[in-house]
Design a protein around this ligand. Sequence first.
Ligand code: 4AD
Ligand code: MG
Length: 447
Amino acid sequence: MSGVQRIADLLAREQPGGTVRVRGWLRTVRHGKSVSFLEISDGSGFATLQAVAPPELPGYEETVRQLGTGAAVEVTGELRESPGKGQRFEVHAEQVVLVGAVDDDYPLQKKRHSFEFLRTIAHLRPRTNTFGAVLRVRHEAARAIHDFFHQRGFIQLQSPVITTSDAEGAGEMFEIAGGRDFFGRDARLTVSGQLEAEIAALALERVYTFGPTFRAENSNTSRHLAEFWMVEPELAFCDLDELVALAEDFLRFVLTRILDERPDDMAFFDQRIDPGVVDRLRHVAESDFERLDYGEAVALLERSGRDFEHPVRWGMDLQSEHERYLAEEKVGRPLVVTDYPSAVKAFYMYENDDGRTVRAMDVLVPRVGEIVGGSQREHRLDVLRRRIAEAGLPEEDYWWYLDLRRYGSVPHAGFGLGFERLVQFATGMANIRDVIPFPRVPGYAEF
Ligand code: 4AD
Ligand code: MG
C-alpha cells in the first residue's frame, strides 16, 4: 500500500505532524476566496486526502487557481488536524506541482454518473470511487484464490487460450480467422481450461487454472460476458461430495478475505451500492450451504405457486429466475444443487446409475444465481465414448481425453468459478459489465 491510503492508515494510529508528499489526480477542486481545496486520489485505497493551498504558495495564481478536476499533481506539505468537516486531517501545501494538466472537457465531473455512461469511458472510470473499489476488491479476490489453493497443495496450470476441442461441447466458441492456414486445422478460443486441467490432475493430483475464457453466446444479460475469467480446480481421487465441500470452503475463504482486507471499499459498497451486502457476505462466510438434488429443487419450484416465465418440469435446465427463487426466497443463502439430468449438462460428467442424471453440482447464490458449476468426471472409457457420441461430438477431437481413461484412469472431479460473478456477488454491483475492467459483450469490444 502506498500514498494516500498509507497516510490515512498511519493517521488512524498516530497524531499528525511531519511533511508528506502525495501524487495523484484531483477528485475535486474548490477555489475559495483566498485558498484552494484540492481533494487528491491516488487509487491506493478508498481514502482521498485534502490539500489546502494558501495564496502565499509560489505560483498560486498561475498554477493552483487554474487547476481543475482530473489534473495530475504532486503536493508537498505538512499534515495537520483539519478544522473542516468531512476529514480529520489535511495537508497544508507548501508546494504544488502540476504534473499533467486536464482539458476543459474532462468527462468525470463531481456529479454522479450512470454506470452505462461510465462504460463508454472505460479509460477514465477507474478514477471513480466505485471502479477503484471494484478493482481493488478484484485484486484481493484473485490474491485470496491463489493463497487458498497454494495452502492446500494445488499447483497452478496455465491452460491454453487457443484450442481445437470444445471443452463444453456447446458450440459456443469464437473462431480464429486464419487458424486453418496457421495450425493446419480449425482453431478457436477456449471456453474452459477444464480438459487440460484434467490432464494435469491425473499427474499432479490437484491443480487449478485461472485465466480468461470466451463464449460466443448471444446473451445480453447482466450476468454474461463474452470474455470472462474462470478459476478451475481439478482433483484426482475425488468424488462429488468432496468437491462440494471444497467449493464451500473456497467461497467462504475468499469472501472472508475480502471483508478483512478491504473494509473501506466494502463499507462503500454497503452504503452506496447494495445496502446489507457486508452482513450478507459475513453470513455466507459463516454458514453451511444448503444442499438439494435436482429432483428436490424441481419439486420445490413446482410447489412454489410461482408463475415462472419458463415453466418448471423435470428435465429442463434451471433458468436464472429459478436459481434466484431458490437462493433468494426459498433458502436465503447459497445452495448447492446436484445430480442434474444428463441431457442439460456437458458430456464429461459422471453418469449416475439411474442412467438419466449426472454427478453435477452448481452453487447458486442470492442475486447472481449460478456462481460455480462443476462435476465428478466420467472416468470410464466406454461410458465416456457413448456420451461423446450422444452429444454429437467428433470423437477424434477428444482422442487424448479418451486416452486418459485408458492409462491409469481414476475418479476425479472439478469445478469452475466465474470470477466476475464472484466479484459481482461480493460487491453487490448489479451488472457484470461493471466488475471487469474492459467488458466484451455482443456488439461491444472498445478499449
Ligand atoms: O458452468 P460452466 O459453463 O462450467 C464450465 O465451464 C466447466 N468446464 C467448469 C469446470 O467444471 N471446470 O462455467 C463455470 C462458471 C459458471 O458457473 C459461471 O459462474 C461462469 O463460469 N460463467 C460465466 N461468467 C460470465 N459470463 C459468462 N458468459 C459465463 N458463463 C459461465
Ligand atoms: Mg454451468
